[in-house]
Design a protein around this ligand. Structure first.
Ligand SMILES: Cc1cc2nc3c(=O)[nH]c(=O)nc-3n(C[C@H](O)[C@H](O)[C@H](O)COP(=O)(O)OP(=O)(O)OC[C@H]3O[C@@H](n4cnc5c(N)ncnc54)[C@H](O)[C@@H]3O)c2cc1C
Length: 469
C-alpha cells in the first residue's frame, strides 16, 4: 500500500489551499491531493465559460504550480476511509495510507424534489469539466432557457447565457432566457434590496426575463423537458432548464466512515477544523459553519471561506499554536451587466431578522475625482450597517464600479476586526483621481461618518431619556 503523510480528499479551493499551506509550513511532509474530476475548474469562473471565455478549458486551475510545490495530485474517486487503519481506498481497488487526513470534498448542487426534475435537458451546475462541457453543448442549440434560482449563481448564469446567445438573438427573441426567483428579488440573501433591483434591471437590459416572487411547481415533458409550470399557473415553454437553488455539503465519505455529519450543516468540526477523529480535519463546503457575526449555524458556502478554512486546517495539523476559525462572514461580489455589486456581513433584513438593531450610514459619490474624468461612475454607493449598541460595523454594501469588490474586502476586514463607525470615519485611505473617489468624498469614510453622527445622536437621546426618567 502506498503511503502519504497527509491525504487531502478534494482538489478545489479548500483542498488546494490546504496542500499549499502544508508544503510551505511543513516541507518535510508528503501531501497527496485527490479529486474525482479530471481537472479542477475555477469554481467561481464557471458562469463565465458560457458567455465570456467560450470554452471550458479556459476555466481550469492549472496543476503545474501545485506539482512544482511538491504536491502530488491524484485523479481517482475515494470510496472509503478506514479510520482504524488510517487508509483510504479508491474505486480502482487501490489504497493509500495516511498519517493525517483532510476532508475537503466540497458540495453538490441541491436538486429539489420537483416533478419532472430528472428529465433530459434539466441541468445543475457540477464542478466537473465534462459536465460543464455537456451543459455548454446543450446551450449551443437551446432556444428557450429557464434558470431556476436567482441567487448569485443563477444571476451570473442567466447573464452569461444571454451573452452566449448574442444581442441580436435576444433582441429578436430567437433565444429567450428566463430567470425564476421565489423571493421578492434576486440576490436577496446577500444584498440590499435596492442593489438587487439594479441587478435585475441589468439582466432585463440584456433581454433576460426576470420573474420574482415565483415558485416553480413542475418541469413538464415526456422524458425531455418542454415547459416549466410556475405556482401562479404560468407556463413557460422551454427546451433547457438550469436549476441553481443552492448547494448541499458532500458528506458521503464522512457518513461512510462514521464521522458526525449533518446533511444540511456538513461534517461537524470545531473551531480548529477538527472532526471527532484526532487525525481527520475537514474544511470548505463540506464542513459545518457558524456565522462570524451571530455565532449560529451558517449556510454560507463560498470559495473565500473554503480557502480560509483550508489554510486553518493545514496549519493546525502539525503546529503547536493552533489557528481558530472565527466563523463565516460572507464576503461576496458579482458583476451584472455594467453594475458591480459587493456585500460583506449582514443585510439590513438579516440584521432585523436577527434582532440586531443597526444604524445605516450611506454615501453616494463619484468614483473618480474630478467627476469629469473619463469612465467616472457618478453614483457609486456605499451602505454601511453599524450595531446601535456598540457602533461596530456588521455589514457593508457597495454598488458601482469594479473597485466595489476591493472596497467590500476592506469592509470585510473592518467587520472581522470589530471596527466602529468612529474608527472607520477617521481612518486613512488611498485615493487617486484615476482610481478612487476624492479623499473629501471617499465612500467608506463618508458612510461611516454618517453612521457615526446617527450613533452619537442616538446615544445622546438615550442619555436624555435616562436623565428624564
Ligand atoms: C457557478 C458557481 C459560481 C461560484 N462563484 C463564487 C464566487 O464568485 N465567489 C465565491 O467565493 N464562491 C463562489 N462559488 C462557491 C465556491 O465555488 C465554493 O464555495 C468552493 O468551490 C468550495 O470549495 P471546496 O474546496 O470546499 O469544494 P468544491 O469546490 O466543491 O470541491 C470539492 C472537491 O472534492 C473532490 N471530491 C469530492 N468527493 C470526492 C471523492 N469521493 N473522491 C475524490 N474526490 C472527491 C472533487 O473532485 C473536488 O475536487 C461558486 C460556486 C459555483 C457552483
Amino acid at each position: 500500500m502506498k503511503k502519504t503523510d497527509v491525504a487531502i480528499v478534494g482538489a478545489s479551493a479548500a483542498g488546494l489551499m490546504a496542500a499549499v499551506t502544508l508544503r510551505k509550513r511543513n516541507p518535510e511532509k508528503s501531501v497527496t491531493v485527490i479529486r474525482h474530476v479530471v481537472k479542477t475548474p475555477v469554481p467561481c469562473g464557471i458562469p463565465y465559460i458560457y458567455g465570456t471565455l467560450k470554452r471550458v478549458e479556459k476555466n481550469i486551475i492549472p496543476d503545474e504550480n501545485f506539482i512544482k510545490m511538491g504536491v502530488d495530485i491524484k485523479y481517482m474517486e475515494v470510496n472509503a476511509v478506514d479510520r482504524e487503519n488510517k487508509s483510504i481506498s479508491f474505486v480502482d481497488g487501490t489504497s493509500l495510507s495516511y498519517d493525517k487526513l483532510i476532508l475537503s470534498s466540497g458540495s453538490k448542487p441541491f436538486v429539489p424534489p420537483l416533478p419532472g426534475v430528472d428529465q433530459e435537458n434539466v441541468f445543475v451546475i457540477e464542478k466537473d469539466p465534462l459536465k460543464l462541457q455537456k451543459l455548454h453543448t446543450a446551450l449551443e442549440s437551446a432556444k428557450n432557457v429557464v434558470v431556476v434560482g436567482g441567487g448569485f449563481i443563477g444571476v451570473e448564469m442567466a447573464e452569461q447565457i444571454a451573452l452566449m446567445a448574442g444581442k441580436e438573438a435576444m433582441k429578436e427573441s430567437r433565444i429567450t432566457v428566463s430567470l425564476i426567483e421565489m423571493l421578492p428579488h434576486c440576490l436577496m440573501m446577500a444584498c440590499e434590496e435596492e442593489f438587487c433591483i439594479q441587478a435585475e434591471n441589468e439582466l432585463t437590459k440584456l433581454g433576460v426575463t426576470v420573474k420574482t416572487n415565483s415558485g416553480v411547481k413542475e418541469i413538464a415533458g415526456q422524458g425531455k423537458v418542454t415547459s416549466v409550470r410556475l405556482a401562479d399557473g404560468t407556463e413557460l415553454e422551454t427546451d433547457l432548464v438550469l436549476v441553481s437553488i443552492g448547494a448541499v455539503p458532500n458528506i458521503d465519505l464522512a457518513n461512510q466512515c462514521g464521522l458526525s455529519a449533518d446533511p444540511r450543516k456538513g461534517i461537524l468540526v470545531d473551531e480548529y477544523m477538527q472532526t471527532q477523529d484526532p487525525d481527520i480535519l475537514a474544511a470548505g463546503d463540506c464542513a459545518s459553519k457558524t456565522s462570524f457575526i451571530t455565532g449560529k449555524t451558517s449556510g454560507i458556502r463560498l470559495a473565500s471561506v473554503a480557502c480560509s478554512e483550508g489554510m486553518i486546517a493545514a496549519s493546525n495539523l502539525y503546529d503547536e499554536t493552533k489557528r481558530r476559525n472565527l466563523g463565516a462572514l460572507g464576503a461576496f461580489a458579482t458583476k451584472v451587466g455594467s453594475q458591480s455589486i459587493a456585500a460583506a456581513g449582514l443585510t439590513s433584513k438579516a440584521a432585523a431578522d436577527e434582532g440586531i438593531e443597526v444604524v445605516i450610514g450611506e454615501a453616494t459619490t463619484p468614483n473618480r475625482h474630478p467627476a469629469s474624468l473619463p469612465d467616472c461612475i457618478t453614483e457609486m454607493k456605499a451602505k454601511l450597517l453599524f450595531q446601535k449598541d456598540n457602533g461596530k460595523i456588521v455589514g457593508g454594501h457597495i454598488l458601482g464600479g469594479e473597485s466595489s469588490a476591493d472596497m467590500v474586502n476592506a469592509i470585510a476586514v473592518a467587520i472581522q476586526t470589530g471596527a466602529t463607525a468612529e474608527e472607520l470615519a477617521t481612518m486613512q485611505y488611498a485615493t487617486h483621481p484615476l482610481l478612487t473617489a476624492s479623499p473629501l468624498f471617499y465612500h467608506i469614510m463618508l458612510a461611516a461618518e454618517n453612521g457615526a453622527i446617527q450613533l452619537r445622536k442616538a446615544a445622546k437621546q438615550k442619555k436624555l431619556s435616562r436623565e428624564a426618567a
